[in-house]
Design a binder for this molecule. Structure first.
Ligand code: IPE
Ligand code: IPE
Ligand code: MG
Length: 251
């Protein structure tokens, strides 16, 4: 791997990706869906390397949603196996490249072996600095918000928290993404224009980018196209253009 470099100032600091289109990629080639997921894993490697090379500090990838548990059991178990293999083959390299690995989502639903492997990977890479790679696994935005509301309600009931202290920051601290900045750019591959229960709270002011490129085909050029689109946008956060300095453009 090449060494990491400084992020251009107008580039996103945190990129989140809904990696969609693996099944269709396979279908078009008369291959089983799982082959699409296998190819998708190669795109994950490529996207991680892209972020590291360009100094993007946070990459959050939607790998498996709460709703994906409803897929045929062969696909679910195949995906779990692939995730285990991905960790097995990539973790040492992630660590060698100073990448911190973490997951967001309800790990209690994952097979015990995979969960153990994930926890070991998180522990091993916890002090790494060059990139935070978060994989959303068994993740649902609504479930995440509900769990936070329950935790906060419990703390209030126990007298540990005052109602007036439930600020946006306090709420965010109860989400899986605790410690991560909100995404600047959300990319969805595969042509659908929806959020599919991803980072509902965190994407309040995220720039959205949709591309027809299927996830296994998402290469450096496709990533660059998304970043270029981002740098051309003006983020106003509810204000008017005249209130914004040049620095507020994109990144
Ligand atoms: C995304 O690809 C990967 C997961 C949801 C696990 P899909 O499997 O949804 O691919 P399409 O949308 O059927 O093409
Ligand atoms: C979103 O893709 C979830 C992931 C990429 C992990 P889906 O394929 O599950 O989304 P829908 O069903 O088309 O909304
Ligand atoms: Mg899909």
């Amino acid at each position: 791997m090449s060494s990491s470099s400084e992020r251009p100032p107008d580039w996103p600091r945190h990129v989140a990706i809904i990696m969609d289109g693996n099944g269709r990629w396979a279908h078009r080639r008369f291959l089983p869906r799982l082959e699409g997921h296998r190819q998708g894993a190669k795109s994950v490697r490529r996207a991680v390397e892209f972020c590291r090379r360009h100094g993007i500090e946070f990459l959050t990838l939607y790998a498996f949603s709460t709703e994906n548990w409803q897929r045929p059991s062969a696909e679910v178990s195949g995906l779990m196996k692939l995730l285990g293999q991905f960790l097995e083959s990539e973790l040492d390299e992630l660590h060698a490249n100073d990448i911190r690995f973490r997951t967001i989502g309800d790990l209690t639903r994952l097979p015990a072996r995979l969960r153990t492997r994930i926890e070991a990977g998180q522990e091993k890479t916890r002090d790494n600095q060059s990139l935070v790679l978060s994989i959303a696994l068994s993740y649902g935005g609504r479930q995440e918000i509900l769990a936070a509301a329950q935790a906060i309600a419990h703390a209030v009931k126990m007298g540990e928290l005052d109602e007036s202290s439930i600020t946006e920051d306090a709420f965010s601290r109860n989400l899986y993404t605790q410690g991560l900045p909100d995404p600047d750019l959300l990319i969805r591959t595969g042509g659908e224009m929806r959020i599919s229960n991803f980072l509902l709270w965190q994407c309040a002011y995220t720039e959205l980018y949709f591309t027809d490129v299927l996830w296994p085909d998402f290469d450096d050029q496709a990533f660059l196209d998304a970043v270029k689109a981002f740098t051309g946008r003006q983020r106003r956060f509810g204000m008017i253009a005249e209130q914004l300095g040049a620095g507020e453009r994109a990144g």
